[in-house]
Design a protein around this ligand. Structure first.
Ligand SMILES: Cc1cc2nc3c(=O)[nH]c(=O)nc-3n(C[C@H](O)[C@H](O)[C@H](O)COP(=O)(O)O)c2cc1C
Length: 156
């Protein structure tokens, strides 16, 4: 059975809630799930966050997860300015995903644009194999959870 780590960024709690729902579900399916929350830049304002996301800025992250012991990485981000959040971009910049299976997910306000395609491409560029993608509007996290469950159930 694959060893799974759920890595996510969350500023206001939505993506974190979904990360834990997903992890609890995976555990209920007999899998393991460890968690790692990517740190936020506490000094950033809404506008700075938007600008950094939009300009694809690589921010500094103080601590990175060690993913060497994991086969499956479940990676989650809020969508900011139609992009993954800068902390997730920075993680992707600094990590190798060679030989990793990666399931990507996001929460957003209802307008993700083409963010998921960019997210998937970044994972592939870093050597990861995207084995599933899921995105949901923040107001629909609970209601749409069966959709995510069905995707997670099918994971190899
Ligand atoms: C800086 C910023 C930019 C955002 N940009 C978008 C966007 O482009 N499209 C969208 O649908 N939602 C956008 N949102 C809404 C968030 O993606 C959404 O509320 C998400 O669930 C927040 O996740 P979190 O609670 O885990 O931080 C933005 C929120 C913030 C704070």
């Amino acid at each position: 059975m694959d060893k799974t780590i759920i890595i996510y960024f969350s500023l206001t709690g939505n993506t974190e809630r979904l990360a834990y729902l997903a992890g609890d579900f995976l555990k209920g399916e007999g899998r393991t799930a460890d968690y790692f929350k990517l740190p936020a830049d506490r000094t950033a304002s809404f506008l700075k966050n938007c600008r950094d996301a939009f300009t694809k800025k690589i921010t500094n992250i103080k601590e990175l997860p060690d993913i060497s012991g994991y086969d499956l990485v479940v990676l989650g981000s809020p969508i900011w300015a139609w992009n993954v959040a800068p902390a997730v971009r920075a993680f992707l910049e600094q990590v190798s995903l060679a030989d990793k299976k990666v399931f990507i997910f996001s929460t957003h306000g209802g307008g993700p644009g083409k963010a998921m395609a960019g997210f998937a491409k970044k994972v592939t560029d870093k050597g990861g194999k995207v084995i599933g993608t899921y995105d949901v509007a923040d107001k629909r996290i609970s209601k749409d959870f069966p959709t995510l469950q069905a995707l997670l159930k099918k994971l190899p």
